[in-house]
Design a protein around this ligand. Structure first.
Ligand code: PMP
Length: 429
């Protein structure tokens, strides 16, 4: 076979499913051998070049391999390496900037992944309240750990063919998790009326981007704030996707609703493995490496100089260049023109999303002005329409989210010409 085919075969020998990212079971993708990335494109071992609208599930908001971020990472690696003890100026500077930008963050800890950040958020909420129950919402994903990987997707094939309900979750953990419908304030009020004094935390993706984009009702987020405040529970906004991709202040600045704790990741370092948990000082101060502390905390790679440098370089660019303006303009264009195109073609589809994230649901009855708002709405999605569509786009060098549900991402490196190509490719499909 070709060198690429040989590599794919070797991969299957030593890596379960042949790939270490999250694309194990997607036909045609496990053999995708990527050899280079730059800006809005990537190249494969068999010599193809793709315009990438998947963007690694979202982190590279500046585009792949941003030269400024790459330079900063390399310099920090050369001058600092990894110490694991002591303070570096970079981590202090990063924490200061995040605290300045995110309204609810007074103090902040760095972790390596979003999963750790959400895990520690729930731990500290339990430590602070002495309670057990966690409330989460249908369709929201918070990473891979027992407490919240439970997703309760009743028809996974409708919304992406994956269901992060893990086998192996302890019954005790399931019993300590209440899953409520997103955007349903009444369900939240009832849950608090019944269990309020047992609820340690409510965790929510302000926009459940892991099922595409369900835009929150303002009043829903306000209800979460009111009920948690009344009951003395901790409100956690999981802004691993929404933070920095949409706004430097996160969805909390967009919505005006202030959580107690916030998790960040993905776009904060343009794809380098760094995430963060921040929030109210009295909660964050429970984290300590002092034995017997309410929330003992440590991590070998936390605050690694190279990824901190990547985050600082990313933030500088997000603050100094019109990144959000650019991606919002292209995102609005895609939503408007794709919607019009599907309309003209008579395809029952609605293109929704926010800012740089656009999502196509193949179902009738919704418009960009009246988009799907609940997980239940998405059960009308006809994923089979997407499969053929994606095959066609791939043949045309356009790469979109390899799930049935298309959460696609625009980066600062995309141009109007890339959008033209996407529209042409879609029309031809
Ligand atoms: N929270 C949200 C909202 C996410 O989208 C993700 C990742 N898709 C996570 C947490 C977990 O982050 P990580 O993959 O870095 O562990």
């Amino acid at each position: 076979g070709t060198p690429a085919a040989r590599l794919a075969r070797r991969a299957r020998q030593v890596v379960p499913g042949g790939v270490n990212s999250g694309q194990r079971s997607i036909p045609g993708l496990t053999d995708l051998v990527v050899t280079g990335t730059a800006g809005a494109r990537f190249r494969t071992a068999d010599g193809r070049e793709f315009t990438d609208f998947h963007a690694a599930f979202g982190p590279p908001l500046l585009g792949h391999n941003d030269p400024d971020v790459a330079r900063a990472t390399e310099e920090a690696g050369r001058s600092l390496g990894h110490m694991g003890v002591g303070i570096t100026e970079g981590e202090v500077h990063l924490a200061e900037q995040l605290a300045e930008l995110i309204p609810s963050v007074e103090k902040l800890l760095l972790t390596s992944t979003g999963s750790e950040a959400t895990f520690h958020a729930l731990r500290v909420a339990r430590a602070a309240t002495g309670r057990r129950l966690i409330v989460k919402f249908q369709g929201c994903y918070h990473g891979w750990h027992d407490a919240v990987s439970l997703n309760v997707i009743s028809a996974p094939e409708k919304v992406g063919g994956h269901d992060p309900i893990s086998t192996g979750i302890l019954p005790e953990v399931l019993a300590a998790t209440l899953v409520l419908p997103f955007n349903d304030s009444e369900a939240v009020r009832s849950a608090f009326a019944e269990h309020g004094q047992d609820i340690a935390a409510v965790i929510v993706e302000p926009v459940p981007h892991n099922v595409g984009a369900l835009l929150p009702h303002q009043e829903f987020l306000r209800t979460l704030r009111e009920e948690t405040t009344k009951a003395g529970s901790v409100l956690v906004f999981d802004e691993v996707i929404t933070g920095f991709r949409h706004d430097l202040g996160g969805w909390q600045r967009i919505s005006g609703v202030t959580p107690d704790l916030t998790t960040l990741g993905k776009a904060i370092a343009n794809g380098a493995p760094v995430a963060a948990l921040g929030g109210r000082a009295d909660l964050m101060d429970l984290f300590s490496t002092t034995p017997g502390a309410p929330a003992f905390f440590a991590g070998t790679y936390n605050g690694h100089p190279s990824v901190v440098a990547a985050a600082l370089a990313t933030l500088r660019k997000l603050r100094e260049e019109p990144v959000h303006e650019h991606v919002f303009r292209l995102g609005d264009r895609v939503r408007r023109e794709l919607t019009a195109l599907y309309d003209r073609l008579g395809v029952p589809a609605v293109v929704t999303g926010y800012g740089s994230v656009f999502v196509t649901y193949f179902m009738p009855g919704f418009t960009p002005d009246a988009p799907p708002r609940t997980y239940r709405d998405l059960l009308a999605n006809d994923a089979s329409l997407f499969v053929g569509y994606r095959r066609h786009l791939t043949e045309h060098g356009l790469f979109e989210l390899p799930l049935n549900l298309k959460r696609s991402h625009i980066s600062y490196a995309h141009t109007d010409a890339d959008i033209d190509r996407l529209l042409e490719g879609t029309e031809a499909a």
